[in-house]
Design a protein around this ligand. Structure first.
Ligand code: OAD
Length: 235
């Protein structure tokens, strides 16, 4: 593995860019989702309270797009890395699609939730698999407690999932690699700055992220082009 030693504990952070070559739009690019939708209208607790139908239309559209997508060479390279180094890898993604899992990665940490799961907005019933599309729903689906079923997504203003495990692993890792994320959304934007002094950090993507100065190295290129040779080039 070029740039990785066999003793390395590796923390990978992926963002929308890793799924771009699979046809899933990013958020802030030229055709990015946030160019066509307003966050506060479709991805916030306030939006859910104001217009849950509009929220479900947005996530139903995203379910349809993601359901048609297939993993690309970048996802497969990361899955192969997991097969090689096992539990010395933590694969953390801001993405809500399941392309890492489809490529064979196990124990993926979805800090912003999962598109193909839903949960109750009221009771503590755990999130459950759900790939239905509800657009426009005649009725918002209901939980047996009477609450409304919402997408299992971390909206703006909510706390991302698995943060204890994430910060524990950031402290322990010796190599941090971020792929395809613009470095504009907290808390992930400060992960590179949060790794211990002993770790090096690499960014991979076609353009410099906003937090480029917090990385040891920036490699410009598409994930599907860079990752297979970077992660599979021999020690
Ligand atoms: P952005 O849309 O902000 O950034 C995507 C990044 O991917 C950009 O920096 C692109 O340069 C890069 N990129 C594009 N094509 C690529 C490729 N083929 N290979 C590698 N990189 C590529 O997406 P994120 O940073 O992931 O949160 O966005 C972070 C969060 O903001 C999302 O999880 C979402 C969004 O609002 C929530 O919805 C809570």
């Amino acid at each position: 593995m070029k740039r990785l030693a066999s003793a390395d504990r590796v923390f990978i952070l992926t963002g929308a860019g890793i799924s771009a070559e699979s046809g899933i739009p990013t958020f802030r690019g030229v055709n990015g989702l946030w160019r066509n939708y307003r966050i506060e209208e479709v991805a916030s607790p306030e939006a859910w309270h104001r217009d849950p139908r509009l929220v479900w239309e947005f996530y139903s559209m995203r379910r349809r797009v993601a359901a048609a997508a297939k993993p690309n060479a970048g996802h497969f390279a990361l899955s192969k890395l997991g097969d090689t180094i096992g539990d010395k890898l933590l694969l953390c993604t801001q993405n809500v699609d399941d392309l890492h899992e489809q490529a064979g990665s196990r124990n993926v940490v979805h800090m912003h939730g999962e598109l193909f799961k839903s949960r109750c907005d009221t009771c503590s019933r755990p999130p459950f698999p759900d790939s239905e599309t509800y657009d426009p729903p005649a009725e918002i689906p209901r939980c047996h407690c009477g609450g409304r079923i919402r997408p299992h997504i971390c909206w703006f203003g909510e706390i991302p999932f698995h943060m204890d495990r994430i910060y524990e692993n950031l402290q322990r890792c010796t190599a941090f690699i971020a792929i395809g994320t613009s470095g504009q959304v907290e808390p992930a934007a400060t992960f590179a700055a949060a790794v211990g002094d002993h770790a090096r950090s690499i960014y991979i993507g076609p353009e410099e992220p906003a937090n480029a100065s917090t990385f040891t190295e920036v490699i410009l290129g598409k994930a599907g082009d860079v990752l297979p040779s970077l992660l599979d080039g021999g020690d």
